[in-house]
Design a protein around this ligand. Structure first.
Ligand code: 5GP
Ligand code: ZN
Length: 119
């Protein structure tokens, strides 16, 4: 169920400290850690500690926590020194868009140039 820890969910395990994570920030409701397969010099994932399958489900069920995720993404960008040059917050939603982990997360990507539209 949304919000409840899922025993087989990788990011629930990371939020619970059962799998190691390279944590860069933590708040009461969120955890930010480096992506294991970085796609940019800065590539940090910001997750809600509670389980929601994707960003849309999170925003619908717990809009304040979605706001927390976005605030923390901005704080990560500032701490990583990429806020000035510009950075990208990505919310892959659904397998067709490239979502592979079905626990809501925001990618914070920075430190290189980006093109639009994305590939
Ligand atoms: P998605 O494709 O679902 O938007 O993003 C999932 C992200 O999780 C990917 O960028 C992937 O590299 C990252 N990831 C998958 N497994 C792990 C892990 O065990 N540790 C960390 N830090 N990142 C992971
Ligand atoms: Zn989860």
């Amino acid at each position: 169920m949304a919000g409840e820890a899922q025993g087989d969910c990788l990011f629930c395990k990371m939020a619970a400290g059962r799998i190691p994570a390279d944590v860069v920030r933590e708040s009461e409701t969120t955890l930010a850690f480096r992506d294991i397969n970085p796609q940019a010099p800065t590539h940090v994932l910001v997750i809600p500690k509670a389980h929601y399958p994707d960003a849309a489900a999170l925003a619908a069920a717990a809009p304040q926590v979605m706001a927390d995720v976005l605030r923390e993404a901005g704080e990560v960008a500032a701490a990583e020194g990429v806020a000035e040059s510009g950075y990208r917050i990505v919310l892959n939603t659904g397998a067709g868009a490239g979502q592979t982990v079905f626990h809501a997360h925001a990618h914070v990507l920075g430190g290189r140039g980006f093109t639009w539209p994305p590939g």
